[in-house]
Design a protein around this ligand. Structure first.
Ligand code: AMP
Ligand code: GLY
Length: 426
């Protein structure tokens, strides 16, 4: 089978490695990929938003399956665009159509979906310039803290948690009147704050059936003990100790099944990964958000634990036969620690040489590239999050210690990483 994977992060390196290990994979291309994906297939010289180049490649190389890594092309309709081409009538895309991708692309769409299908979530209201004064009045009487979300995609920055009413009102004004997040923030969801433990649960669905992949927890704040600004994710663990059988059963009954049935009831054609961002409050799951893709860095612990052939899962998804797949998971713990550029998530410099990658003990550890590229045969930094080191261990402590030990082999200027991934479970 010929596969094309879209994206350039650690998630894509983890997917590319898993795909390349399948006997069903005849050839893999990645657009644009990074220095890590170049070891698993052929990187292409265009980006994941270059729809026309992607379509031309699918036709020229007779691609069977396209896997869409990031949300942006999905929300912009890459699936509809590719399937519209008469030459691509046999193509299958892992990733929902534009309409269904609104589950991630519009917070208001997702909240109304959850409400309609009785999926537990925080109470909310939505506001625009048209009911701005109602919004101000609503905020003034709202319990603290107040969660405010730009409706559209805002590169992971569109959620603001306000600890006083003054801050909430000024954020609200910035979003709606001054377009702080551009068009994405013209509509704002104001939501009740939920206190608990966050976990990420992943399924892949063929529109009818679904399978549940190993769960994970990621660490979003840049600083130790979850302090400082939010990032794309500084590390992840899988399995998550609180996700015992009882909780996973509740998540399936109260969240996953109603979601898959809701998609069918609403005639949303959803085929691909679906990521449930959950808050566990006193043992009960509440939906925080849907993502129409896998998580990053969660994929870098989920894929190493998945023992199935991923291409076989994709094939079953294409044929709507996911009910024939039984997921097998490595019972060991996987943890990943992300190394970032100095200054991230603020300003940082790109282009530093990365040294020591060849010293890693690949028996128990794998390095996934996140923001890297090849220049004159050398791997250089090319983003904020640079690479992550995933290790298996008998416990979270064990796995994190191995990753940290291996990270001591790797060097680039101003490299930083969190020492305490998984700290609350140690
Ligand atoms: P999102 O961009 O939707 O992933 O939200 C970013 C982060 O904001 C989440 O991972 C949570 O940590 C936090 N968050 C979002 N909604 C809520 C909520 N209702 N209560 C508490 N925290 C929240
Ligand atoms: N790590 C969180 C995400 O991928 O959205």
């Amino acid at each position: 089978m010929k596969l094309l994977l879209l994206g350039s992060g650690g998630r894509e390196h983890a997917l590319a490695l898993k795909i390349s290990q399948s006997p069903l994979c005849e050839k893999l291309w990645i657009a644009p990929g990074n220095a890590g994906t170049a070891q698993c297939g052929t990187n292409l010289p265009f980006g994941y938003n270059d729809f026309e180049d992607i379509r031309k490649t699918c036709i020229k190389e007779k691609i069977d399956i396209v896997i869409v890594g990031p949300e942006e092309p999905l929300v912009n309709g890459i699936t509809d665009y590719l399937l519209d081409a008469p030459e691509l009538s046999r193509l299958f895309v892992i990733g929902p159509d534009k309409n269904s991708a609104q589950l991630e692309g519009s917070k208001a769409f997702a909240k109304s979906f959850m409400q309609r299908h009785h999926i537990p979530t925080a109470a909310y209201r939505e506001f625009t310039a048209e009911n701005y004064d109602d919004g101000l009045a609503y905020l003034q009487q709202h319990a603290l803290p107040i969660v405010m979300k730009a409706d559209g995609l805002a590169a992971g920055k569109g959620v603001v948690i306000c600890n006083n009413h003054f801050e909430a009102i000024s954020e609200f004004e910035l979003m709606i009147q001054r377009a702080k997040f551009g068009d994405a923030g013209k509509k704002v969801v104001v939501e009740e704050f939920l206190e608990g433990t966050e976990i990420s649960v992943f399924v892949i669905t063929d529109g009818k059936n679904y399978v549940i992949l190993p769960e994970a927890k990621d660490y979003k704040r840049v600083g130790e003990k979850d302090t400082g600004p939010n990032t794309g994710g500084m590390g992840a663990v899988s399995p998550v100790p609180i996700a015992n059988e009882t909780l996973m059963k509740k998540i399936e009954e109260k969240v996953i099944t109603p979601t898959i049935e809701g998609l069918q009831k609403d005639a949303l054609d959803y085929r691909g990964f679906l990521f449930f961002g959950l808050m566990i409050v006193e043992g009960e799951p509440f939906m925080i958000e849907y993502n129409c893709r896998m998580g990053d860095p969660e994929t870098e612990v989920v894929m190493p634990r998945l023992q199935n052939d991923l291409v076989e899962i994709f094939q079953a998804t294409a044929e709507q036969k996911l009910d024939s797949i039984k997921i097998a998971t490595n019972p060991k713990t996987a943890c990943t620690v992300v190394a970032v550029s100095g200054g991230y998530p603020g300003e940082y410099t790109k282009g530093y040489t990365i040294e020591g990658l060849e010293k890693i003990n690949t028996e128990q550890t794998v390095v996934f590239h996140m923001g890297t590229k090849l220049k004159d045969g050398q791997v250089i930094t090319n983003g904020g999050r640079i690479l992550c080191v995933t290790s298996f261990g008998l416990s979270i402590f064990d796995a994190v210690e191995i990753s940290k030990l291996e990270l001591e082999n790797i060097h680039f200027t101003d490299m930083q990483y969190r020492q305490d991934i998984g700290y609350e479970f140690v």
